[in-house]
Structures are given as C-alpha cells and as structure tokens.
Design a protein around this ligand. Structure first.
Ligand code: FEO
Length: 392
C-alpha cells in the first residue's frame, strides 16, 4: 500500500497484516492487525513516528522511497512490532536520529543494537520543532512496557499514541468507519495487553486530558477522528468500579458441573445480574479477557479431577490472576467424585486479585435439591453484594 495523507504533510505509512492470527505467540488475532507508522513533514525537518514489524519492513521502505530526507525516527515503544525496522530505516537514512525516552534508549540498544550515538532522549513534556510543526513528547509509562511515550502534534491536534488506544484489525479503512467493530477490537486489545497496568494507565489518560486532542493515530488499527468515544471507553475500562456482571468460565466433564452452572446462571439473571458464560473447552480466551474488564464477580465452574481443579479451569484462574481485573468477588462451583483440594488450589492461584472469596458450592456427584438451594443462596449473595456496592 502507498503512504496515505491524514492531514497536510502528515501521512499514514506502515503495513496491514491480514494473515497473523496470534500476537506474541499468545494473543488471538481473529481479524489480523496493522503496524502503523506516520510521517510528519515540517517545513524544516521530517520525522517518522515508529516503524513496522520486521517481516513487513519492505513495505515501509518502499513507502519511504520518495522521502528525500529523514531527520528523526520517533520510537514510542521498544517492542519490535514498532521498533524492529528502525535499523533498516537507519541504513536508508544514516543521518537520522532516534528519539526515545531514557528507558527506551537502553532497551533499543539491548534489543536492536542501535548505536548509542544515534539515540536522543527526551524528557516528559519536551518538544521537538520540525519548523512549522511541533512534536510534544508525553511519557506514558506502562502502556504497556515501562518505556512507552506518545507524541502530540500541536499544530494539527493529533495524538500519535502507539499501542495506547490500539486495536488489532486488518482493514483498508484509514479511519474508523464501524465504531461497534472497533470498540470490540479495542476492548479485546485493552483486556489482553493493558488491563494488568490499569492504575498507571489511568494516570496517563488523565494526563492527556490537558490537551486538545482532535484525532488519535494509534500504531495498531484505524485512526480515531473524532476520538472522544474511544477515550470515554477507556475511562470506563480503567475505572475502579466494575459493572453488575459476572464472568463465569467453566468446564464440565460428565455434565454435573454443567447442571450447576446452568442453574446458577439462571438464578443470577433472575436477580438482575448480567452473566458472561464461557465453556473453557471451546472458548476464545480473548472474549473471556474482555468480559473480565467489566465483571464485579468471577465464578469458576470446575469438576475436581486428579484431586484438584480441571487444568482448563486452572488456566482460566492463571489468566485472570495475570490480567489483574477489577473484580471484587470470586467463588467456585462444581462437582467432585470422592474429594480433593479444588478450592484451596484455585484460591492459591490468584494472589494478584483483590477479591473477597464467597462460599463455594461443591457437590458430590450429580447436584441434588440441597445443592441447588445453595446455588440460589449464592446467586442472592452475589446480587446483594453488587447492589450494596452500587454496581450498575
Ligand atoms: Fe504493538 Fe507493545 O507493541
């Protein structure tokens, strides 16, 4: 694809990756992704903001062919889907300097062996003049590595946000055209990548409130113009207050746990609580992560197998612990044959979660009337806890 103009002398460059289905060998990419770089031409100097994943280097280099000189390469983030082609760009423009945060400088030297002499560090709030265009660098640590920053192009009111506000979508649309589709992709992206750093990212979002941002150009997905709705969505995802919802990953081997799961879902819905249910044997882990963004309560449904939780339930607990969602309550339901340590094992796997563990409901074999009554009480307790805390 050719470079594409966004504003006067501001261009999208980069590559659309239609094929990838897994990011970092971990994160599902149902819709592919893009690696967006941007070119800003001032009347004196020119800057390239980020590059592309190394397998896509030739596409960026072809777009740069008509560019007579490059003074700066802005490296917002040292992860290689954005920084990995900097060495190739430096071969083409050996006079260019690489601009980064002090933390990123070390990482770029470690990861890409960029010579120190080519690196220029910028402090938080520092500006760089390109003549009639001014880049202001804002440090935004932990979005989602410790070295990350964003750039505000003052004259055009564009925020170049790198991973912040990103979404994994491969498309030829330069700007957001289908807000619902992008909301879903951005939420998935937030859940999988940003949620563990929620509190520090919330501070970064607050910091951006002082700027008149009229467009957000991220390094994955489409450009937001206007950007208000995606900033508002992030405000909700980053907020400490969860929604009146339960995320319910479960696995069942012979149907007993499934009976309990279905009963509890119906009881919760009867109490006005939203439930996002995921059968771990078939679920898309990205969808589970998205539901964790909002949920006030996590319920894990698992049979006892080999004296502990089913391995798929253990994986879900491990994932939830790593993603550090804002959930306040957690409980476990399931069936066992002759005993085990399911509750103790799962409870020991979630040290990062600041949750109150509600009384689990475990039944021997198939659930009986007594077990269903216990599930009724559990549903009522969850609903009451949500009401008491004002979750909506
Ligand atoms: Fe898109 Fe953290 O790299």
């Amino acid at each position: 694809m050719q470079k594409r103009q966004i504003k006067e002398r501001v261009y999208w460059m980069g590559a659309v990756d239609w094929d990838s289905r897994l990011f970092d060998s971990l994160i599902p990419l149902p819709d592919g992704t893009s690696y967006n770089a941007y070119l800003v031409e001032g009347n004196e100097k020119t800057a390239l903001l980020d590059t592309v994943d190394p397998p896509k280097a030739e596409e960026l280099l072809a777009q740069l062919e008509g560019v007579p000189k490059l003074d700066f390469i802005i490296a917002h983030h040292a992860e290689q889907d954005h920084s990995g082609t900097i060495p190739r760009v430096l071969e083409r423009f050996p006079e260019a300097k690489v601009v980064a945060t002090p933390k990123a400088k070390g990482m770029l030297m470690d990861l890409l062996k960029i010579p120190e002499a080519l690196l220029v560090t910028v402090e938080d709030g520092e500006t760089l003049s390109l003549g009639d265009k001014t880049l202001r660098f804002l440090h935004t640590p932990w979005v989602h590595w410790p070295e990350t920053m964003v750039t505000y192009l003052e004259e055009d009111h564009i925020l170049f946000s790198c991973d912040f506000f990103g979404s994994h979508i491969a498309t030829t649309d330069l700007f957001v055209t289908d807000q619902g589709r992008v909301y879903e992709a951005a939420k998935r992206y937030f859940a999988e990548i940003m949620m563990p750093f929620r509190s520090v990212i919330a501070k970064n979002l607050e910091k951006l409130a002082g700027y008149d941002i009229q467009m957000i150009a991220p390094s994955h997905g489409q450009i937001y113009d206007p950007p208000g709705w995606i900033m508002e969505a992030h405000r909700d995802w980053l907020a400490d207050t969860p929604h009146n919802s339960v995320v319910f990953p479960f696995v069942s081997m012979h149907g007993s746990t499934r009976k309990m799961v279905d009963y509890l879902v119906a009881a919760l819905v009867g109490h006005g609580v939203r439930v996002d249910l995921f059968n771990l044997a078939v679920t898309d882990i990205g969808k589970l992560a998205m539901a964790l963004v909002d949920a006030a309560t996590i319920v894990v449904g698992t049979p006892t197998v080999l004296a502990g939780p089913h391995p798929l339930a253990a994986y879900a607990a491990f994932l939830a612990n790593a993603l550090r969602p804002k959930a306040r309550f957690l409980t476990i339901v399931g069936s066992y044959g002759w005993g085990g340590k399911t509750v103790e094992t799962l409870a020991g796997m979630i040290p990062n979660l600041k949750v109150e563990v509600l009384n689990p409901v475990l039944c021997k074999g198939a659930p009986t009337a007594t077990d269903f009554e216990a599930l009724d009480r559990l549903a009522a307790t969850i609903a009451q806890k949500h009401r008491d805390n004002g979750f909506k």
